[in-house]
Structures are given as C-alpha cells and as structure tokens.
Design a binder for this molecule. Structure first.
Ligand SMILES: *[C@@H]1O[C@H](CO)[C@@H](O)[C@H](O)[C@H]1NC(C)=O
Ligand SMILES: *[C@@H]1O[C@H](CO)[C@@H](O)[C@H](O)[C@H]1NC(C)=O
Ligand SMILES: *[C@@H]1O[C@H](CO)[C@@H](O)[C@H](O)[C@H]1NC(C)=O
Ligand SMILES: CC(=O)N[C@H]1CO[C@H](CO)[C@@H](O)[C@@H]1O
Length: 353
C-alpha cells in the first residue's frame, strides 16, 4: 500500500498543472474535500515511533502508553482466542476545533478526525473505518465531514451535515472479511446514513479501535487542530460470540516528530474514555500561554449548503484546470489524475464502493 500511495503521490506531483489556486473559496472547499479522498489512515509510523512508558496520567488498567505520530485513543490488538472482531461502535459529541495556540497564523487550516475501525493497528493491510473530520481555518471557519473508508481505498464522504454539539454514533460492521458496512447516526435526530462496502483487501478482525487521528492528505500529515477533548462513550467491540469494551485496549497518544506529545487519554470506564488535546508548551511563538479558550470560532455550524454533496459520487470536478499551488503552498492533488490512475487499475483494491 505504501507503494501505491507513493506512486499516486508521484503521479499527482507530476500534474501540478491541475493544482489549484484558492482565491475561489467554493473551489478551494471542494478541492479540500477532494484532497480528503487522499486520506491514508493506516498507522505505518507506529512501529518505528513506538515506545512505552508508565501511564500515570491515565488511570486505566492499561499499564503503558503507545506513542504514534498519527493515532490517539484506544486500540484492542487481539480478539478473544478463536474469535475475530466483526463490529466496532462508539459515540462522541462533535467538538468545535480551534487553531492551536502559538502557531504561525498564516498557516491555513487545521484538522483532526474521530473514528471507529476494525484492524489497521497490528493488522495493517486493511481497515474498515468511519468517522467525522473537523477542520478550522485561521480565519475561524469551522467545517465537518462524515466519511467512511475501507483502506487501502480512499475515504469517501457521507452526504450528511454535521454540526458542533451533535451526538454522533459510529458503527463499522463486517459481514464477511471482504464486505461490511459503515454507519453514522445523528442521535440528536435519529437520522443515520449507512454505506455497504466491499473490498478485495480482507479484514483480519484482529484489531478494534476508537481513534482521534492526525490524518494524512496527499503524502503528509495535516496540521493538527486543537479539538479540546473528545469523550468516546458506549465503546463496543464485538465478535460473533462476545463483546467487550476498552478494558483490554492499548492506550495510544500522538507524539509528533518534534517529540511533543499532543494528546492525553483518560479512561473513564470499560465503555468510555476521553482524548484531550494537550497543547505543546514548546515552540509557542506568541500568545501568552493558555490561548485555548477556544475563542468561539465564529459560525461553528456547517452552514455552507454545498457540503456533503457526495465526494464519492464524483460529481463536478471535471472542469478543474487551473494552475498554482493550493492554500499554504500545498499543491492539492488532482481528482482527475486520481481517477485516471484508478482507471489504470490500482492493484490493491477493488475500490468496490
Ligand atoms: C443532527 O441533528 C441536529 C439537530 O437537528 C442538526 O443540527 C445536525 O445538523 C444533525 N447532524 C447530522 C450529522 O445529521
Ligand atoms: C452493526 O452492528 C450493530 C451491533 O454491533 C447493530 O446494532 C447495527 O444494526 C449493525 N448495523 C448494520 C448496518 O448492520
Ligand atoms: C474538557 O475540556 C474542557 C475545556 O478545556 C475542560 O474544561 C474540561 O474539564 C475537560 N473535560 C474533562 C473531563 O477533563
Ligand atoms: C497513515 C499515516 O498518516 N501515516 C503517517 C504517520 O506519520 C508518518 C510521519 O509523519 C508518516 O510518514 C506516515 O505516512
């Protein structure tokens, strides 16, 4: 999968003529959405950056914290003997993200994602996952996307409007190792969306996880948003014979390449835990200390009626033919190029969406 991703990246870099200027806000928005389909939520960096230390902060039964550059939360790394996980679910309340204090304010946008999934930790060749991204720009615009993904295929957006404060339930269910579904439910309204999925990349049913992620767009990690804290509740990992909560799960925290630990996990019960953004003390350029009063980011709703218009549906991008780099100097990859590549036949997935 690493190979295919880097191949795609190379291809996309070669097509900068299709990259996009961001003076057109609507276009930039769609391009962001498109770029989001380049999400890569595997946890490849984990092994190289894994270290453990006594967990004093987390009053959990887990005795250690595993550090990852990408994932924070809880991950069960093996099902009961003789069984495999086929359903993982959890709930959380959608936070209002804010720009981390002390960052260079010219920096564009900051995101994080909360999701549940089967596999992807120790079992690395497939992940069935679903969740919600939250993004805040330095100008205070907040947006959300609900999505599903059967890695190594890309993430696709659900057509669902998400707002801060929504209580969201997330479910991934595997019916076989190569088929299943992802569901996001708005518990405030009871409305839910489900996507049936198939893949040629078989699940192992070895891992179950509830994660807040610094996800990847293109071939680099997005700038991580201050998400405040996210409490996962009613966490259930099920096999066909039994179910369990997070008692046996491994605590994971994000430590970036500057050795700053950006998250802190606190276990609340077997079915609930909290992930908090812990602002890094070092490197703070301005803003005297605790800037994280979450400054009421104007208009935390999702507003813009065009959101959720179905990235997976693939409409509307065909006329993109502009030049220049995208926001903050990042060239957004071209959907057209991606599609072309997919048509050429991406080896490792059916894309069966
Ligand atoms: C959930 O319901 C609330 C209240 O009606 C609404 O504002 C919000 O947009 C809904 N979110 C989703 C994800 O459907
Ligand atoms: C997924 O599994 C849960 C139980 O874990 C169940 O309540 C839910 O209905 C299932 N959803 C689908 C779409 O099969
Ligand atoms: C979550 O974050 C808020 C704001 O930072 C804080 O006041 C609150 O204590 C946190 N919740 C918990 C359970 O720590
Ligand atoms: C899947 C993913 O985002 N993995 C990334 C984790 O972080 C390392 C280091 O930045 C990246 O190399 C991985 O690609």
């Amino acid at each position: 999968m690493k190979l295919s991703m880097s191949l795609i990246s190379t291809l996309l870099l070669a097509s900068t003529a299709l990259a996009v200027p961001h003076k057109n806000a609507g276009l930039a928005r769609r391009l962001q959405r498109r770029a989001r389909t380049m999400r890569d939520s595997s946890n490849r960096a984990k092994d190289s950056s894994t270290k453990t230390e006594a967990s004093s902060a987390s009053s959990s039964s887990s005795s250690s914290i595993e550090y990852s550059e990408n994932w924070s939360g809880m991950a069960i790394t093996s099902p009961p003997t003789g069984e495999t996980f086929n359903a993982v679910s959890g709930k959380f309340t959608v936070p209002t993200p804010s720009v981390p204090s002390g960052v260079d304010s010219t920096d564009g946008e900051y995101s994080a994602s909360a999701w549940v999934g089967i596999d992807g930790n120790t079992y690395s060749t497939a992940i069935l996952q679903t969740g919600v991204d939250f993004t805040v720009t330095t100008s205070g615009e907040v947006s959300y996307d609900a999505w599903y993904e059967w890695y190594p295929d890309y993430a696709y957006d659900f057509d669902l409007t998400i707002s801060a404060g929504d209580v969201i339930a997330m479910y991934v269910n595997a019916t076989t190792t190569t088929s299943g579904s992802a569901t996001i439910e708005n518990l405030t309204t009871g409305k839910s969306v489900t996507k049936d999925l198939t893949s040629t990349s078989a699940l192992g049913g070895e891992n179950a996880e509830w994660i807040v992620e610094d996800f990847e767009e293109g071939d680099s990690l997005i700038a991580f948003a201050d998400f405040g804290n996210i409490t996962f509740t009613e966490c259930v990992a099920a096999t066909s014979a039994s179910s369990e909560g997070v008692d046996s799960a491994q605590v994971m925290d994000i430590e970036n390449t500057d050795d700053e630990v950006l998250t802190s996990v606190t276990k609340i019960s077997d079915s609930s835990f909290e992930v908090s953004y812990t602002s890094s003390s070092s490197g703070s350029t301005t803003s005297s200390g605790a800037g994280s009063s979450s400054s009421g980011t104007a208009g935390s709703g999702s507003g813009s009626g065009g959101r959720g218009s179905g990235m997976g549906g693939g409409k509307g991008f065909d006329s993109i033919s502009t030049s220049g780099a995208g926001a903050s100097g990042k060239g957004f990859p071209s959907l057209r190029a991606v599609r072309r590549f997919l048509k050429w036949g991406r080896p490792s997935t059916s894309g069966g969406i």
